[in-house]
Design a protein around this ligand. Structure first.
Ligand code: GLU
Length: 480
């Protein structure tokens, strides 16, 4: 049978890295096996759903290249199927009406050894009314087995399950049944999802098998399950929506590359053959196997992701890098824009100049979001870091002397990075300054800061007149 897998996100918040990993593993499995990847939006939690969360899921999946073959199906458009399944279960005597209030249950069970509902209404034969919920009659004995491709067979004692509610008094079919009915109707063969859903799986297996036994309901083989390991933070605690950086959008915004992000997500619970962790999408597809997914928690390590992103950036051709940096350096000519704009205007920006400096920064940045700060001194008025100025020029007479002699020497120099480097070293030496010290006031005067791309190459690209003008301005400022 051709595998059919689905990704079934609930649009109740930012698209979480854990959801992205689930989506990717489904996608990889489908692409590896030649099966179908189906997208179903579980939008039945009307209080928490928002259209923008749904749009965020779709755009993040598109960004990551997680193309789906069918869907998006909306769970909210399948409500009639959920109700029909509940009716079939009720008709077959697998659900029963219950009018117990929470208080009544608590009162009856306060001294009971086993928490939860006590099965009080199971034999009462109540008829249905707007006050009754429908509960599933869980077998009192035996076991329910969830066949999990990652964990093996996971066995649950039926006695540990209460008769759980399937339909609320208001007629709403609860999520575990809705979810499995949808999986049945779209012919899902493998349910690949987060470990947090493992406790729900036995209930779903019970109901799935019960549905197969109902008259008039087509029998559908149980899916194989694969519950993916939890993602944890540095403290080995479950990633927290509030405390950890979990929103996929924010990684896009900071300038992580989709290919690097996908590569990193694939390593969360799985590893490629051979030691190298930087692997292409094609290799991921070729090697991915659910059986190789680990069941221990996976550490979501932003440092490792960032390092990998830097490797992807450096592996790009110059043209690719310039194009990838466009949303950050020239957002006005990009269809998508990050939340922070560069510190220059469209008029001040010069694409040809950027292409010349790009190789200098490509080697040094780990995200595209770092690019604007590194090249800001090429475009528009100089933005001076006051503390850096005070340290290397304003409060340092030697720094000022260095600027004065540089102005003189640079004026008549054959203009190249090599000659600028040699001249600066020589001038510094005459003042008893090591090269690092000698170039600091020049860097500050020309770039406004003390960090940035290689100085002499930058000076060469910027050109003699702008460089001399900035050196003079800085000196004048120090003497003002
Ligand atoms: N909608 C569920 C969630 O976002 C996923 C359910 C499933 O994959 O079975 O957690």
């Amino acid at each position: 049978m051709t595998p059919r897998v689905r990704f079934a996100p609930s649009p109740t918040g930012f698209f979480h890295v854990g959801s992205a990993r689930t989506s990717l593993f489904n996608w990889l499995y489908a692409r590896h096996t030649g099966g179908a990847f189906v997208l179903r939006i579980e939008d039945t939690d009307t209080e928490r759903n928002r259209d923008e969360w749904q749009a965020g899921i779709l755009s993040a999946m598109a960004w990551l290249g997680l193309t789906y073959d069918e869907g998006p199906f909306l769970q909210s458009s399948l409500l009639a199927d959920h109700t029909a399944a509940a009716e079939a279960l009720y008709g077959a005597g697998r659900l029963y009406a219950c009018d117990c209030t929470r208080d009544a249950i608590d009162e009856r069970t306060k001294d009971a050894a086993k928490p939860g509902y006590d099965g009080f209404c199971r034999r009462r034969g109540l008829s249905r009314s707007p006050e009754t919920a429908l509960r599933f009659a869980v077998a009192r004995e035996g076991e329910t087995v969830v066949h999990d491709l990652i964990r093996g067979d996971v066995t649950f004692a039926n006695a540990s399950y209460e008769d759980f509610v399937v339909v609320r008094p208001n007629g709403v079919v609860l999520y575990p049944l809705a979810n499995l009915v949808d999986d049945r109707s779209i012919g899902i063969t493998h349910v690949i999802r987060g470990e947090d859903l493992l406790p729900t799986a036995p209930k779903q297996v019970m109901m799935w098998e019960a549905l197969n036994d109902c008259d008039g309901v087509e029998s559908v083989p149980l899916p194989r399950y694969a519950h993916l390991p939890m993602l944890v933070n540095e403290q080995r605690k479950k990633l927290s929506k509030r405390k950890d950086p979990v929103a996929v959008e924010s990684y896009r915004d900071q300038g992580y590359l989709p290919e690097a992000f996908v590569n990193y997500l694939a390593l969360l619970g799985w590893s490629p053959r051979g030691g190298d962790e930087k692997v292409s999408r094609e290799t991921l597809v070729e090697q991915f196997a659910l059986e190789d997914v680990s069941h221990s928690p996976a550490f979501f390590d932003v440092k490792k992701l960032t390092h990998l992103n830097g490797e992807y950036l450096r592996a790009m051709s110059l043209e690719q890098f310039v194009e990838a940096a466009r949303p950050w350096v020239a957002p006005w000519s990009s269809p998508w824009r990050p939340t922070t704009a560069p510190p220059w205007t469209a008029e001040e920006f010069d694409e040809a100049l950027f292409t010349r400096v790009a190789p200098l920064v490509q080697e040094r940045v780990t995200t595209l979001g770092e690019v604007p700060a590194m090249v800001a001194f090429f475009f528009g008025a100089l933005r001076l870091d006051e503390a850096a100025f005070a340290k290397t020029i304003g409060g340092d007479p030697l720094g000022q002397t260095m600027l004065a002699v540089a102005i003189e020497r640079f004026a008549g120099l054959t203009w190249s990075a090599t000659t600028l480097h040699e001249a600066t070293a020589e001038l510094g030496e005459a003042l008893g300054l090591a090269l690092r010290k000698a170039q600091a006031p020049i860097r500050c005067a020309v770039t406004g800061t003390l960090v940035g791309p290689p100085l002499f190459e930058s000076l060469e690209i910027l050109g003699r007149e702008p460089v001399l003008a900035r050196l003079r301005d800085a000196l004048a400022r120090a003497n003002a």
